[in-house]
Design a protein around this ligand. Sequence first.
Ligand SMILES: [Zn+2]
Length: 79
Amino acid sequence: MSGAIGPGSEGMNLEHIKTCVRCGLRYDWRRSSSDSLKMTYCSHLCEAADLGFTLEALLHARPLTSTEAEASEPETAAI
Ligand SMILES: [Zn+2]
């Protein structure tokens, strides 16, 4: 029993092969276009589709300012 994977695996380091948690595709994580979750998603498309956003977008997003928060509240005090 050799345990060899077989021809075709040469030059392909299995340590770098990950399975996308969204689409199940096996990919080389170093080539993933996902910015922050290369080890989890095959591409930023799967990352965005699964999370509804990308971590990059989240990191760059800014919290609402107090004015924007107030504006979103119903005018309960108005009579
Ligand atoms: Zn994917």
